[in-house]
Write a protein that binds this ligand. Structure first.
Ligand code: AP5
Length: 217
C-alpha cells in the first residue's frame, strides 16, 4: 500500500501514521521527523532547516523532495509501499511526488485527510511532549506516558517542540491553509481522498482510519 496522510498541525497525523505503517507492515516516512533529525545533525543545512521549522515556516520543497525520493527508493518501500506523513504539503511537492511515482511505474493507493476543529488542534499542540531519548510523542493530559515513563524506551524525560509555541502554531496553521489545502483538492479531484474525523480519542480515530483503509483495499 502507498498511503499519504494529510491534515493540519495537531490533527494526529504522526500518531495515526505510525500505527498504520506498523499495521500494514510498510515503512513510515515522516518528513517532520526526517527534518528534525537533519536539524539535530548540526550540519550547515541542518541549521537552516532548524530555523525555518522553529518559526513554523515550511522547508524548501526541493530539499524535502530529495529526502523523500531517497526513502521511497529504499528496497522495503519499493517492494511493500509506505505511509507518508506530512508530505506533500505544497502543490510543488504534490507534482514532484506524482512524477517520482510515475517514473517508478507506480502510484498512490489512498490519501487520508485527518480533520478536526481548530480548538482541538490547539489543545493537542499546546500539551504535546516527546521523549528526549527516542522522540516518542505523548500529550501531558490526553495521552500521558504511562507511569511517567516512555513506553518505547523507558526514559523519564520529556520536552516540548520549539514550533509548538503559540506564534509558531499560528504560522503553521496559516501555511496549512495557504499551501496544503490546494493539495487536498488535487487528491480529491484524482479520486484518492478519504476523509477521517480526527476528533475524539486516539482509539476512536484509529478505528475510523482503519475503516477507510479497509474500504480501499
Ligand atoms: P510536522 O512534524 O509534520 O508537523 P505538523 O504537520 O505541523 O504536524 P504535527 O506533528 O504538529 O501534528 P500531527 O498531526 O502529526 O499530530 P501528532 O500525532 O503529533 O512538521 C514540522 C515542520 O517540518 C513543518 O512546520 C515544516 O517546517 C517542516 N516540514 C515537514 N514536512 C514538510 C514538507 N513536506 N514540506 C516542507 N516543510 C515540511 O499529535 C499531536 C498531539 O496530540 C500529540 O501530543 C498526541 O499525543 C496528541 N493526539 C494525537 N491524536 C490524538 C487524539 N485522537 N486524541 C487526543 N490526543 C491526540
Amino acid at each position: 500500500m502507498r498511503i499519504v496522510v494529510l491534515g493540519p498541525p495537531g490533527a494526529g497525523k504522526g500518531t495515526q501514521a505510525e500505527r498504520l505503517a506498523d499495521d500494514c507492515g510498510v515503512p513510515l516516512i515522516s518528513t517532520g521527523d526526517i527534518l528534525r533529525d537533519e536539524a539535530a545533525s548540526g550540519s550547515g543545512i541542518g541549521e537552516r532547516i532548524e530555523r525555518r521549522m522553529a518559526e513554523g515556516r515550511l522547508v524548501p520543497a526541493d530539499l524535502v523532495t530529495d529526502l523523500v525520493r531517497q526513502r521511497i527508493d529504499r528496497p522495503e518501500a519499493r517492494s511493500r509501499g509506505f505511509v507518508l506523513d506530512g508530505y506533500p504539503r505544497t502543490m510543488d511537492e504534490a507534482r514532484a511526488l506524482d512524477d517520482a511515482l510515475s517514473d517508478r511505474d507506480t502510484a498512490l493507493d489512498l490519501v487520508l485527510l485527518l480533520e478536526a476543529e481548530r480548538e482541538v488542534l490547539i489543545d493537542r499542540l499546546s500539551g504535546r511532549i516527546r521523549c528526549t531519548r527516542c522522540g516518542a510523542v505523548y500529550h501531558e493530559r490526553l495521552n500521558p506516558p504511562p507511569g511517567g515513563r516512555c513506553s518505547r524506551c523507558g526514559n523519564t524525560e520529556f520536552e516540548k517542540r520549539d514550533d509548538d509555541r503559540p506564534e509558531a502554531v499560528e504560522r503553521r496553521l496559516d501555511e496549512y491553509r495557504r499551501q496544503t489545502e490546494p493539495v487536498v483538492d488535487h487528491y480529491r479531484e484524482a479520486g484518492l481522498l478519504r476523509r477521517v474525523d480526527a476528533s475524539g480519542d486516539i482509539e476512536h480515530v484509529w478505528n475510523r482510519t482503519r475503516r477507510q483503509v479497509d474500504a480501499r483495499s
